[in-house]
Design a protein. Sequence first.
Length: 209
Amino acid sequence: MARVSQAHLDARRRQILDGAALCFARNGFHATSMQDVLKEVDLSAGAVYRYFSGKNELIAAIVSEVMGEIRGAFEDAARQSPPPTPDALIPAVLGRVLKTREFLHVDGEPAFPRLVLQVWTETARNEELAAVLSEGYRAVRAAWATVVGAYQESGMMPADVPADDVARTMIATVQGFIVQQSLFGAVPVEVLSGGLRALMSMGGPRPAG
């Protein structure tokens, strides 16, 4: 029997994850069955269950993958001296995550933002998924805090605000942008870049006259 290459195994796993992501984004986690996933990816049950035991493992794998990509991008930025400013860094990271999944669409709109909202909703009632998401969030926060520390060391940012406070705020900015995309339609990440740049350039009020 011919041995299956690792490239083939990786491609099949990718196919299953992308198909499951579409199903979850389209119908929600609870309304999606494993039969829906099998139909989406056009594979047998045996082929899918070789990789994933069920919906919980599928969505946990999707979450872990995305959080790992984001963490890695910020860790790479922290190694630069100095790191890119937030108005460049945040849109670049978010744009990279969106671009790798830009071919996934639901009703003509990008599927990824809708998928994120489904994940957050499910986290409130799924302890296993909540643990996966919390671990990923802590890792992303730590990576962002390292970037903030580099900003402060280089004099780009005041040192009197805890790095974790800034990290949480920047993560909230990304989360809010994703919510807007999910609820109101796709928006270019350049909008986020311009908005952050404007906020960063604010000074004191101009004197009247």
